[in-house]
Design a protein around this ligand. Structure first.
Ligand code: ZN
Length: 462
């Protein structure tokens, strides 16, 4: 071996040794109780999560992770709780601009007298952008890192999602009446296809196809949606069995339940997410389990519109892919997934008469890994495990209300509120630090929302 070669060899060996001892992490979130929601439901006291290139590379004791990595950026959890980012499995984000516009009304009256006219007169691309920004602020500030959206002008939802640094599974709605963005189904399908092409391979936006439901989308539209989703390997988002009215309408028209109708049309398979599922029958649940279709349970919206209580006990027992969603803020009236967890636990116990069902760990799972499974994305998000995308939140424990702590998972479901979320990381990027959102101008976004309220009021002559 020549001297030059020997030197080169020695250099290679020493580099390899150094990198084995101290790998580099872009970010470490440390000194908190890590609630992994992994297969063993591990909870790690004084733990840490290390991140590189947007991915989790280690989860363990803070001291161990500290020895393993040289770190570029640190979030000190200060003894708080470190958990997977919450997955809001069903919402219509821009509808935050209709928050509190009309409450305490029957569904059809609410829709036809208020929501549809307000949408017809106000919803434009810029309105949707402003609404999504406001929704994104609210979601980040309450610990949501992924939201599933179906609305109009979905390009603007996607742009605002990207701007906020959130992860979104976003579908442009196909509905059998003239929508604010597309007046006909062929136009809406063409828009949906452009949307799928534009956002393919985006690290944060997963483009989806969103036929409204079996009652507001025709069989032809539903089949066209399936064909589009197949061509672009996209998820399908759809409303299923939200109200007794919908159930009756679909039965009358097709002689089947909404689930059976979707099954008959060949729509259902893994990657389809049905919102609500309040009126699912035992045979519907069997179909959903066999086709690996997800369900987004939206308890607050269902209670506010008196749609009924979804069969959560049965869905959990059947092992369905069950996530949790807020629905649009016009029927909730906010996007706080902590409230949704509390409500899911309480409503399921109340409606089943059994306090042992929907225990805290199962409800936390619905809001995290369950939502990921409902989307068919459990290999990427939903738990804190090496290899997954780095979406996580820190819940601070400063409030006296959060003490003492016997069981951190119990506290997350029964005591914590969205406002307790301190730091938020999406795809390895810190988007909120110490309750300051780093990606959006909070004051400007809120001022714009207040300005648009005046416009909505005027448009309804109020
Ligand atoms: Zn909905």
């Amino acid at each position: 071996m020549t001297r030059a070669l020997a030197l080169a060899f020695a250099a290679i060996v020493s580099t390899a040794t150094a990198s084995a001892q101290t790998a580099i992490a872009d970010l470490v979130v440390r000194h908190g109780t890590v609630i992994t929601v992994d297969r063993e439901h591990r909870v790690i006291s004084d733990g840490a999560v290390a991140v590189r290139d947007g991915r989790i590379v280690a989860v363990g004791k803070a001291a161990e992770v500290g020895r393993q990595f040289r770190v570029r950026e640190v979030v000190d959890a200060g003894g708080g709780l470190i958990l997977p980012g919450l997955v809001n499995a069903h919402t219509h984000a821009p509808m935050v601009l209709f928050r509190g516009l009309a409450d305490d009304r029957r569904l059809m009256d609410w829709l036809q007298q208020y929501i549809f006219p307000a949408e017809k007169n106000n919803v434009t691309a810029e309105f949707v952008r402003a609404g999504t920004r406001l929704a994104a602020l609210e979601m980040i500030r309450s610990g949501t890192t992924t939201f599933v959206d179906m609305y109009y002008f979905e390009d603007q939802v996607a742009e605002a999602c990207q701007e906020a640094g959130l992860r979104g599974v976003l579908g442009s709605t196909l509905i059998e009446f003239p929508a604010p963005d597309n007046k006909t189904i062929p136009d809406a399908l063409a828009y949906a296809e452009r949307f799928l092409k534009r956002w393919a391979d985006d690290p944060l936006v997963v483009p989806a196809v969103a036929p409204h439901s079996a009652y507001l989308a025709s069989p032809e539209t539903l089949r066209a949606a399936r064909a589009l989703a197949d061509r672009y390997h996209a998820p399908i988002l759809v409303h299923v069995s939200e109200s007794a009215d919908e159930q009756a309408q679909v039965r009358e028209r097709y002689g089947r339940t909404p689930t059976e109708q979707l099954q008959q049309l060949g729509i259902l398979r893994r990657g389809v997410l049905g919102a609500h599922g309040v009126w699912l029958t035992a045979s519907d649940r069997k179909i959903l389990r066999e086709t690996e279709v997800g369900v987004a349970h939206c308890p607050q919206s269902n209670m506010k519109l008196a749609s009924g209580a979804a069969p959560v006990r049965e869905m959990l027992a059947d092992g369905l892919r069950l996530g949790l969603g807020t629905d649009g803020a016009a029927s909730n009236n906010d996007l706080d997934m902590f409230e949704e967890m509390l409500t899911a636990a309480l409503l399921t116990k109340h409606s089943s008469g059994d306090p042992t069902v929907a225990p805290a760990a199962a409800v936390l799972e619905m809001a995290t890994l369950g939502g990921a499974r409902a989307l068919g994305m459990e290999d990427r998000i939903g738990s804190l495990e090496p290899g997954k995308r780095a979406d996580l939140v820190v819940v601070g424990l400063a409030e006296p209300r959060l003490h003492p702590i016997y069981d951190p998972i119990s506290h997350l479901v029964y005591v914590a509120k969205g406002a307790d979320v301190r730091d938020v990381v999406v795809e390895g990027r810190v988007v909120m630090r110490d309750r300051r959102v780093l990606t959006l101008d909070e004051k400007a976004v809120v001022a714009e929302a207040d300005r648009l309220r005046d416009q909505v009021r005027r448009s309804l002559g109020r």
